[in-house]
Design a protein around this ligand. Structure first.
Ligand SMILES: [Zn+2]
Length: 75
């Protein structure tokens, strides 16, 4: 299946940037080199390293101050 998809936010692009997931707003891709890792700003003021699949699945909605599954530490 190789349909042309021009809609932003699909697939593995940079579509997450600026998006909000719960308490988190995605700032930029992480430079850690890990695929799917992003730096996000939490409403509590902290920044956290988060993974796109956890954001999309709804498992990560904060830096760890509100979820039962905290984001990884170390940006
Ligand atoms: Zn937080």
């Amino acid at each position: 299946m190789r349909r042309k998809m021009r809609a932003p936010g699909n697939g593995n692009g940079l579509g997450l940037k600026g998006k909000r997931f719960g308490e988190l707003v995605v700032l930029r891709p992480s430079r850690s080199g890990r695929a799917g890792a992003w730096v996000a700003q939490c409403d509590c003021g902290k920044q956290a390293l988060v993974y796109d699949y956890l954001l999309k699945s709804g498992e990560t909605t904060s830096c760890g101050c509100k979820t039962t599954r905290p984001a990884a530490t170390g940006i």
